[in-house]
Ligand binder design. Structure first.
Ligand code: GSH
Length: 233
């Protein structure tokens, strides 16, 4: 049993419906639930993220953040998940080569997959000038599709990305794939869609998402300090 201090995951009080289920603190909750570490949740609003106190903890004023009594506060979802895995020895293959590979995948998820899926997400949901968005979308989709295609080849017919068991490679990559959820692109790759279902069927994932969605249900745009849902302007 690995000792740890009292844990608090920092998340947001509310986000628009298209982002619900995607906010990255679910990665931290998922990892903590996988290893059986209990945590509290603190929900913050838009103004709080800009305060110097919060910026001292999170340089970019974002979520997630993981506070732990007696330990440094951690930011950046991949770094936090990796730290939880290394401390507990869970979600990492026992073979040292496979273990190193699982860590590589954690970085690959964030650096080689997520940025490409984010472009598609921006084209579909975030670029306000719809003409610009329409013009850009085919390029964004081409690059996103290319990354998913390569990911699909890398996974092949195996159940998990590295070794024979679920690892942080799967947790991070499956979570990252949610970024382009609205596009439905992953369904063009049946092995990826099935693998992702396997990841998302895990109780730790389901419970972390349910917990997050229930929090959004209890809040609204005003709790974030917004007059209205910013996507309804
Ligand atoms: N690379 C960071 C990204 C964090 C991030 O983009 N967080 C979003 C929520 S999912 C956020 O805080 N957005 C509000 C903002 O950037 O002001 C991570 O993985 O932790």
């Amino acid at each position: 049993m690995v000792e740890h201090g009292a844990l608090t995951v920092i998340g947001l009080k509310w986000v628009p419906s298209f982002a619900q289920g995607q906010v990255r603190d679910h990665r931290v909750r998922w990892a903590l639930r996988e290893v059986g570490w209990e945590y509290e949740v603190e929900l913050i609003d838009g103004a709080h993220m800009t305060t110097p106190t919060y910026r001292a903890e999170h340089p970019f004023g974002q979520v997630p953040l993981l506070r732990e009594d007696g330990r440094v506060t951690l930011f950046e979802s991949g770094g936090i998940v990796l730290d939880i895995a290394e401390r507990t020895g869970r979600m990492l293959p026992s073979d040292k080569n496979q273990r190193a590979l699982a860590k590589c995948w954690t970085y690959a998820a964030l650096n080689s997959v997520e940025p490409f899926l984010l472009e598609l997400f921006f084209a579909d949901m975030m670029i306000e000038d719809k003409e610009v968005a329409r013009g850009y979308r085919p390029h964004a989709e081409k690059f996103a599709r290319d990354r998913l295609d390569k990911l699909s080849v890398a996974l092949g017919d195996r159940d998990w990305l590295v070794g024979d068991e679920f690892s942080i490679a799967d947790l991070m990559t499956a979570s990252v794939s949610k970024v382009s959820e609205n596009s439905g692109l992953i369904n063009d790759f049946p092995n990826l869609a099935a693998w992702r279902e396997r990841c998302f069927a895990r109780p730790a994932f389901r419970d972390s998402i349910a917990e997050q969605l229930a929090e959004y249900e209890r809040h609204g745009p005003a709790d974030m300090g917004w007059d209205q849902d910013p996507t309804k302007n």
